[in-house]
Write a protein that binds this ligand. Structure first.
Ligand code: ZN
Ligand code: ZN
Length: 356
C-alpha cells in the first residue's frame, strides 16, 4: 500500500499538490479498507483515510499506511484544514467516478484549485492494471474457489435442474468456501438460452442433450476471478461439436499469442479471424476480453480499436464465443496473467468439451 501511495504521488507530481480519492474501489486499493463511504487524502508526505464512525475500528486495524481520521459532519472543512496543514492548494479528483453533485460540493472550498481532467483516475487505473505478485495470489485463490464450485456442480448437473438452481449451487458453494462475494451475478443458461451472451438465469430446465453455459467467479480480498465453461448434458449434436471446436481453436490461438507488446486489438483479431474464417464472424458480437482485478471489468481491454500493448502484470480474459439465436451458443473463457515473455493461464480447468 505504501508503494501504491508513493507511485500515485509520483504520477501527480507537478500537476496537483494532493489527491482526493472517493471511489470505493480506489479507496480500498490504496488503504486495504473496504467501505461504502470515505475519503483518502494523499499528500507526498502523508496520506489520510477519513472515514465515519461505522468503519472506524476496522479501519484502524486495516489501514496501516495512512493516518485514520474520524469523519466529522463538516468533512469539507476537515479536508480543507488538512490541505492547509500540508500547504496544498491544488487537488486532483477522480474524473471517471466522481458525481457532478459531489464535485459541486468540493467547489465550495473556494480557495482550492481542482485538477478535474483524467490524470488521477488514469493514474489509479494504470497502477491497478499492473498486478503485484500479492494481487495475483488473491486472484488465484478466487479462481481456485470457482473451479472447486464447478467441480462440485458437475457431479450433480442433470436434466430437470433449472438455470436458477445451477447458478444458486455455484454461488452457495463459492460463498461457503471462502469467497467474500461472487464476482458478478452468475450466468447459468441452458438450451436455446445459451445464445444470449449475458442472459439471465430463469426457471428453464436442462434437457438431455442441452448445452449449459456458465460464467461466474469468486472474490477473495477484493480480487475477482472470471471463467466461462459450456458443457453438454448428454450427447452434443454434430453442430454443437463443430461450433465448440471453432471457439476452442480461437481461444487456443489467443492464449498462444498473449504476451507483452501484443495490443488488445491484435489479440482480439487473432481469435476473431479464426471465427470469421469459419463463417461465424457475425455470431461473435463482443470483445475478446477484459482486464480483471478489484473490478470484474478493468483495463486492459482486448477488443477492436484497443491499441494499448499488453504489459507484464496485466490480467486479461480470453473469451471468444459463437451465438446462434434460437439454437445455442458456446463461450469459453479463461484468464491469463501477462508475464515477461508470454502469459500464465490462471484457469486450470481444461477447455475441452465436457459431456456429462
Ligand atoms: Zn466471465
Ligand atoms: Zn469476462
Amino acid at each position: 500500500m505504501r508503494e501504491r501511495l508513493a507511485q500515485l504521488t509520483e504520477a501527480l507530481h507537478g500537476k496537483a499538490d494532493c489527491a482526493i480519492v472517493t471511489d470505493d474501489i480506489n479507496r480500498r486499493y490504496l488503504t486495504g479498507m473496504k467501505s461504502s463511504a470515505g475519503y483518502v487524502l494523499v499528500f507526498p508526505e502523508e496520506s489520510y483515510l477519513i472515514i465515519d464512525f461505522r468503519y472506524l475500528e476496522k479501519a484502524r486495524e486495516t489501514a496501516h499506511h495512512c493516518t485514520v481520521v474520524e469523519q466529522q459532519p463538516a468533512v469539507l472543512r476537515q479536508i480543507r484544514e488538512l490541505m492547509q496543514q500540508h500547504g496544498a492548494k491544488t487537488a486532483a479528483v477522480e474524473s471517471m467516478s466522481l458525481t457532478l453533485e459531489r464535485m459541486a460540493g468540493f467547489r465550495k472550498m473556494k480557495d482550492v484549485e481542482f485538477l478535474t481532467d483524467n490524470t488521477l483516475s488514469q493514474a489509479l487505473y494504470d497502477l491497478r492494471t499492473v498486478k503485484t505478485p500479492e494481487e495475483i495470489t488473491c486472484i488465484r485463490a478466487a479462481q481456485q474457489i470457482a473451479e472447486d464450485a464447478l467441480g462440485s456442480l458437475l457431479e450433480r448437473l442433470h436434466p430437470g435442474m433449472t438455470e436458477r438452481e445451477v447458478a444458486l449451487h455455484l454461488d452457495f458453494y463459492m460463498r461457503s468456501h471462502g469467497a467474500e462475494d461472487i464476482s458478478f451475478e452468475t450466468i447459468a443458461l441452458t438450451g436455446a438460452h445459451t445464445s444470449m451472451p449475458h442472459g439471465v438465469p430463469d426457471d428453464r430446465e436442462i434437457r438431455q442433450g442441452d448445452l449449459v453455459l456458465m460464467d461466474f467467479g469468486a472474490v477473495v480480498d477484493g480480487y475477482h476471478s472470471d471463467m466461462t465453461r459450456t458443457v453438454c448434458v448428454g450427447t452434443p449434436s454434430e453442430e454443437m461439436r463443430e461450433i465448440y471446436h471453432i471457439v476452442r481453436t480461437a481461444q487456443n490461438a489467443a492464449l498462444a499469442l498473449a504476451a507483452p507488446g501484443v495490443t488488445g486489438e491484435e489479440l482480439d483479431a487473432c481469435a476473431r479471424d479464426i471465427i470469421t474464417d469459419a463463417g461465424y464472424g457475425d455470431a461473435f458480437g463482443h470483445a475478446l476480453g477484459h482486464g480483471v482485478g478489484m473490478e470484474i471489468h478493468e483495463f486492459p481491454v482486448a477488443g477492436r480499436t484497443r491499441k494499448l500493448p499488453l504489459a507484464p502484470g496485466n490480467v486479461v480474459t480470453i473469451e471468444p464465443g459463437i451465438y446462434l439465436p434460437g439454437k445455442f451458443g458456446v463461450r469459453i473463457e479463461d484468464f491469463v496473467q501477462i508475464t515477461e515473455n508470454g502469459c500464465d493461464n490462471l484457469t486450470n480447468v481444461p477447455n475441452t468439451l465436457i459431456c456429462l
